[in-house]
Design a protein around this ligand. Structure first.
Ligand code: PGA
Length: 252
């Protein structure tokens, strides 16, 4: 049985000070939440402060991105090892904002997945179709390509420990989220693919979470779907109370 996994993607929001204030409030709000993985992904500048503020709590920390090289002349980048050393346990990779705004490719996502695993981080690999691709009935083909390329070279054991986030691009930050039918179809498809590529056990253990305008009001209907193992929450994760309610829905 997969334990629900709720992650907050803060994007480019919150300073170090704001991070510490937020984590202090959040840790008291979710202190009794059991049977759920709670993860927050602050900006790189706040990673270490978030880890310190969350110490001895049930909140884990994720990076939002990393580079695939261990170190080098890559101005503006941070390596997987640096993210890990700052105390993060997870890293979000291939988010659609990285893909569209920063031209990140499937091959780069794959290299980042390798680097993250090598550094001891759990990758949260994001995949999802644009509205245009959905309208052209290309959704499942797009998911196949992003998943297959992103995870290429991974072992069944590695996939078993990973998190895949299905985030339809048209649902991110738009207030429009996938219907349960749309999310259910995509998640079941992803699980089927994981099973045929990496085996039944890896597919059973891998967490497949949904992202895109997840709010306290729609989390329950998403979690009710058998192949939805949690959520990657953007906007609603910036507010402690909303994120706390989403975590609470995953406990219930
Ligand atoms: P949203 O973002 O919840 O604000 O739609 C989700 C994400 O980008 O991971």
């Amino acid at each position: 049985m997969r334990q629900p996994f709720i992650a907050g993607n803060w994007k480019m929001f919150k300073t170090v000070h704001e991070t510490v204030v937020h984590v202090k409030e959040l840790r008291s709000l979710v202190k009794d939440a059991q049977g759920v993985d709670i993860v927050i992904a602050p900006p790189a500048t706040s990673l270490h402060a978030a880890v310190e503020a969350a110490r001895n709590s049930n909140i884990a920390v994720a990076g939002q991105n990393c580079h695939w090289e261990r170190e080098g002349a890559f101005t503006g980048e941070v390596s997987a090892g640096m993210v890990r050393e700052a105390g993060a346990e997870y890293v979000i990779l291939g988010h659609s904002e990285r893909r569209t705004l920063f031209a990140e490719t499937d091959l780069e996502v794959q290299k980042k997945v390798r680097a993250a695993l090598g550094a001891g981080l759990v990758p949260i690999v994001c995949i999802g179709e644009t509205l245009d691709q959905r309208d052209r009935q290309q959704t499942l083909a797009v998911l196949d390509q992003q998943l297959q390329r992103g995870l290429d070279g991974a072992t069944a054991d590695e996939v078993a420990g990973m998190v895949v986030a299905y985030e339809p691009v048209w649902a991110i930050g738009t207030g429009r989220n996938a219907t349960p039918e749309q999310a259910g179809e995509a998640h079941a498809h992803i699980r089927t693919r994981l099973r045929s590529w990496f085996g039944a056990e890896a597919a059973e253990r891998c967490h497949v979470i949904y992202g895109g305008s997840v709010k306290p009001g729609n989390i329950a209907s998403l979690l009710a779907l058998s192949d939805v193992d949690g959520a990657l929450v953007g906007g609603a994760s910036l507010d402690v109370a909303s994120f706390g309610q989403i975590v609470a829905a995953a406990v219930a």
